[in-house]
Design a protein around this ligand. Structure first.
Ligand code: NAD
Length: 313
């Protein structure tokens, strides 16, 4: 029977630390600010928006809310992002996805300067993660300041995407060995699967990425020492698809017809095979929000430093 990877407990620890840092920045004249941009009223986005607002309030981060109708034009949206780029009160922006289908989301995401791209979705942030220029954040262990040869590279201005960053933090917190282990990831999105694969590679795991066209998914998942599922398909991962003793991380969020929330993993059968498992809710979700707050503070800490060359072009 698996033990639980308690994301809520880790998130509370991270938020306590963030709260202290917010207070100390305030003493130095820096009021930490997070922008939240919501277009339309997608229920999942509204829920994430409200959860993040509440979390900001609890740690003392000032939330700057931008709620736009789904009729907003691309020009208006881009002008809004340009204004945020130059707004010194805002240290990072959370853009709730998806944007309306007629809007080119990549165009909007890439208009945000990397210094405020605290969810690491822009092409520059993605490139820096892929080039191992921003992975100092996951190579350095939680709560320590071990210097690294990467520490002084200019790319420390980049941020890691919050959900996969949270997965790595959760595994580190529970001292799950990663180096040399086989991590199998299901899902290849830019928000979760792909950056998570890059982070596992940076930590020298052997990585397999699966997706909806993968043949015989079970033959892949049964090889995993660490199995991460991020598909949004309830019940996709059953006990017979998991190697005994594997660590199972369920990133998926699915709302069932009775209103309950569940992940991708059939918890009842998988808990009997795994050694560690995340619950849904209470696993990856709370850590994602905590990482967003941590990234915002990290950005604010840099706000009194000289801007890098990519800023104010
Ligand atoms: P997405 O729709 O962009 O990507 C889903 C991925 O799953 C795709 O790569 C697809 O190929 C793969 N997939 C779909 N069906 C599959 C199948 N039957 N077998 C194998 N692979 C399959 O979604 P996303 O943004 O990456 O999010 C994935 C899930 O994670 C969703 O449930 C989302 O709500 C959840 N999520 C949770 C958090 C959190 O904080 N816990 C954050 C972001 C996303």
């Amino acid at each position: 029977m698996a033990d639980i990877l308690d994301g809520k407990a880790l998130a509370d620890r991270i938020k306590q630390r963030v709260k202290k840092e917010v207070v100390s920045l305030q003493k130095n004249g820096i009021d930490v600010g997070l922008g939240l941009l919501l277009v339309g009223d997608n229920p999942a986005s509204v829920q994430y928006f409200n959860t993040t607002l509440g979390a900001c309030r609890r740690v003392g981060i000032t939330a700057h809310e931008f709620r736009l109708p789904d009729t907003v034009s691309l020009n208006e949206l881009l002008n809004g992002i340009h204004a945020i780029n130059h707004d010194e009160r805002i240290h990072g922006l959370l853009m709730l996805m998806p944007l309306p289908a007629r809007i080119n989301a990549r165009r909007v995401i890439n208009t945000l300067v990397p210094e405020k791209d605290i969810d690491g979705l822009g092409s520059i942030s993605v490139g820096r993660l892929s080039a191992d220029e921003s992975t100092i954040q996951i190579i350095r262990q939680e709560g320590t300041n071990t210097p690294s040869r990467h520490a002084l590279t200019p790319a420390v201005w980049s941020f890691l995407p919050c959900t996969p960053f949270g997965v790595i933090r959760l595994l580190e917190h529970y001292k799950v060995p990663i180096r040399g282990r086989h991590a199998v990831i299901i899902g290849k999105s830019l928000a979760v699967g792909k950056p998570l694969a890059m982070m596992f590679l940076a930590k020298e795991a052997t990585v397999t990425i699966c997706h909806r066209e993968t043949r015989d998914l079970g033959s892949m998942t049964r090889q995993a020492d660490i199995l991460c599922s991020a598909t949004g398909k309830a019940g996709l991962i059953r006990g017979d698809m998991v190697k005994r003793g594997a660590v199972v991380v369920d990133v998926g969020i699915n709302m069932l017809q009775d209103g309950t929330m569940t992940g991708d993993v059939d918890f009842g059968s998988v808990i009997k095979k795994a050694s560690l498992i995340t619950p849904v809710p209470g696993g990856v979700g709370p850590v994602t929000v905590a990482m967003l707050l941590e990234n915002t503070v990290r950005s604010a800490k840099r706000s009194d430093m000289p801007p890098p060359s990519t800023m104010h072009k």
